[in-house]
Design a protein around this ligand. Structure first.
Ligand code: AMP
Length: 278
């Protein structure tokens, strides 16, 4: 049975009532759950203890003109999936004010947000870090599971977690894809048949880069050449190959790196990435 709580007070009471030797695994999400989210919940379950899921479309991580108002929502469907995955508690705040009694306090991780999505979406990671910090303070998990799909988010949350001495451990989980290679995302719901087919250019481009890399190419300009054309009629937001840890853009690959991409198909912005290890 999944307990659903809608207030910070109820979440705190549930957490306070848990015996101290019982473990908690936490999966924060914005809902509209798909197999990517479920892979995190299953791993949380596998690790034992109580699985806590949060479903909160966090307004502070959306910029003006982004899709906050139309972000897909399906709470009943999400809770049915949560039950199937053995979630003990789902935290579904009834309103943003529940997590934002004021909007005076913010958590900023500097440096790691200077590239990739940080540059395209100013303020996005401030919103992400602030909400994840609040959730970790409330849930006090032993382990928090995040997807590598949002590779920069994972790196930034890891840095915040380490620098602020937040509880538990952060675990990154592999990207779950459709059979044809498209990375699962709640935003795929915006795609129609045409843009869905066009969006396959993203995993194909990453495959092409990975194949050239595996064949020995190390020059980033060569690896990324022709990307905009390969994505057309999709519009490239960025394609960068960055250092796996510092996220600084590389011109040559000498150590662990990531090819990271964001592109628009119609109004829909999709992201994806691929690890490149020499
Ligand atoms: P979201 O609901 O988009 O905020 O995502 C919640 C969590 O699920 C984040 O840690 C994401 O990185 C993770 N996630 C989203 N899509 C995928 C995917 N295709 N594979 C693995 N994890 C994912």
């Amino acid at each position: 049975m999944t307990v659903v709580v809608r207030t910070v007070e109820a979440l705190r009471s549930w957490r306070a009532a848990l015996p101290t030797d019982e473990r908690v695994a936490f999966v924060p999400t914005m809902g509209f759950l798909h197999e990517g989210h479920l892979s995190l919940l299953r791993e949380a379950r596998r690790r034992g203890g109580h699985v806590v899921l949060s479903i909160f479309v966090n307004p502070t991580q959306f910029g003006p003109g982004e899709d906050y108002d139309r972000y897909p929502r399906d709470e009943d469907g999400d809770l049915a999936k949560a039950r199937d995955c053995g979630v003990a508690l789902a935290f579904c705040p009834h309103a943003p004010e529940e997590l934002y009694p004021s909007r005076d306090t913010w958590v900023n991780v500097e440096q790691l947000d200077r590239h990739l999505c940080g540059r395209s979406r100013p303020g996005h990671f401030r919103g992400v870090c602030t909400v994840v910090c609040k959730l970790l303070a409330l849930v006090r998990p032993d382990v928090t599971l995040l997807g590598e799909k949002d590779f920069q988010q994972l790196a930034i949350v890891r840095r915040m977690h380490e620098d602020l001495f937040l509880p538990g451990e952060i675990v990154g989980m592999p990207i779950v894809r459709e059979a044809d290679g498209l990375a699962l995302s709640s935003r795929n719901a915006y795609l129609d048949g045409t843009t869905r087919a066009q969006a396959l250019a993203i995993p194909r481009l990453l495959d092409r880069i990975a194949a050239a890399f595996a064949a020995g190419e190390r020059d980033v300009a060569t690896l990324c050449a022709g990307a905009a054309e390969a994505l057309a009629p999709g519009r490239l937001d960025y394609l960068e190959i960055v250092d796996e840890r510092s996220l600084t853009p590389l011109t040559r690959i000498d150590g662990p790196a990531r090819a990271a991409i964001a592109a628009f198909f119609g109004r829909v912005r999709l992201i994806d990435n691929r690890m490149l290890v020499p």
